[in-house]
Ligand binder design. Structure first.
Ligand SMILES: *Cc1c(COP(=O)(O)O)cnc(C)c1O
Length: 382
């Protein structure tokens, strides 16, 4: 092994997750959300893997992520949708390559129409409605103007989708707000439909909403966190378990993160370990040094807190996590040698470190921790 650490993606786990999701969503199409470098899994590795398991639609946040997916995908029929930022300079490339994108304001709508006229090729747009998230989307008062402009531009655009995004469907505390969003979406859709503006598809659901609001699944669901094998929140997991009583958690984690022992060291009782004085050896100890630190995504807040797995045993991170290295306590693990594999996220025999336990320790959400895994860590498929 040459790299300091590597990320392993499990084909079997992703296959199992997609099977489960297809069962859950029946005939509704799944768009695999791969923003944030595929939630840290790595777009170049994840996209072809998902394609090989039947995914034919990917959602990203920005035009540069769309380029990454475009370069990574193996099938010409695979579709890409941008849900957020794009550079207007990218419009010719996007439209020529039939990459669809959200439109949530008149400037982007006009720019898309102008570009499609110039290219003589129709832009594929998804009109995003502001239903209560208060982030992006056309608000109610602009529905008539929007309808006018869409009708006038009929020859230059494909009205691919009509969509919105829920503000916190993963928590029942937001129930009233979510119900209002549902009602707004339906009202606003009706205004456009009265004007004969009918999109090819409608879509509103992220992972949490797709589970909690099956009536809002429409034609496509935008699934991020679930496909990677994580529940969007503990609440959604419990709701699913209560309703369906599965024998075990149907989701399997796709990602593992592994490193190796770079150095083994004996430390005498009474010595401080690492920078400063945060860790005092209370007995004669054996420690292992790993070439992983906060520059590689292992949070400094896991200093004296984190866990790792080696030879099927759970061990503690001791001392301060450095920029490029950290120490683990291997006093009670026999026969550890230079080069031994160490698991930072994942399973080793009977023991396991989930991203969520890891992230609870470092006080981050799954989403945040995953996307902070640097893109330069090598990804391999197992
Ligand atoms: C991130 C995102 C999703 C996917 O969210 P998950 O909770 O990971 O399923 C869906 N839709 C939009 C607009 C998003 O930004």
């Amino acid at each position: 092994m040459t790299s300091a650490s590597f990320i392993e993606l499990s084909r079997d786990a992703l296959r199992a997750n997609l099977q489960f999701l297809r069962m859950l969503f029946d005939t509704v199409r799944i768009s695999s959300v791969v923003k944030g470098n595929a939630y840290g899994h790595g777009i170049p590795a994840f996209v072809p893997l998902a394609e090989s398991l039947g995914i034919d639609h990917f959602s990203v946040y920005s035009s540069d992520e769309a380029r990454e997916v475009f370069n990574a995908k193996k099938l010409s029929s695979t579709e890409i949708m941008i849900m957020g930022h794009l550079d207007e300079e990218d419009l010719p490339w996007l439209i020529s390559n039939e990459i669809s994108f959200f439109v949530f304001g008149f400037e982007r709508l006009q720019a898309a129409i102008a570009c499609s006229q110039e290219l003589n090729k129709k832009a594929r747009i998804h009109i995003e409605l502001e239903t209560g998230m208060n982030r992006t989307g056309f608000t109610n008062e602009f529905m008539d103007q929007l309808a006018d402009e869409l009708l006038a531009a009929k020859d230059h655009i494909i009205f691919e989708g009509l969509c919105t995004h829920f503000a916190g469907a993963e928590s029942i505390a937001n129930h009233i707000r979510v119900e209002q969003q549902k009602a707004h979406f339906k009202e606003m859709t009706a205004i456009l439909e009265v004007r004969s503006l009918v999109p090819k598809i409608k879509h509103t659901c992220c992972s949490a909403a797709a589970i909690r609001l099956p009536e809002m699944q429409y034609d496509l669901v935008r699934i991020g966190i679930l496909q990677y094998g994580f529940w969007p929140s503990r609440e959604i997991f419990i709701e699913y378990i209560r309703k369906n009583s599965p024998i075990e958690d149907p989701l399997r984690r796709v990602i593992s993160w592994k490193s190796h022992i770079m150095n083994v060291k004996q430390v005498e009782m009474g010595s401080f370990i690492g920078y400063g004085t945060t860790y005092l050896a209370q007995r004669d100890m054996k420690i292992g040094i790993l070439p992983v630190g906060y520059a590689l995504g292992f949070s400094r807040s896991l200093s004296n807190q984190g866990r790792a797995l080696i030879r099927g045993k759970r061990v503690s991170v001791i001392g301060i996590v450095n920029m490029n290295s950290l120490a683990i306590d291997i006093t009670d693990v026999e026969d550890v040698e230079h080069g031994d594999e160490v698991t930072l996220i994942g399973r080793d025999g009977e023991v396991d470190i989930s991203v969520s336990s890891f992230s609870e320790l470092s006080d981050q959400l799954n989403y945040e921790l995953l996307t902070r895994l640097p893109s330069h860590i090598p990804r391999i498929i197992s």
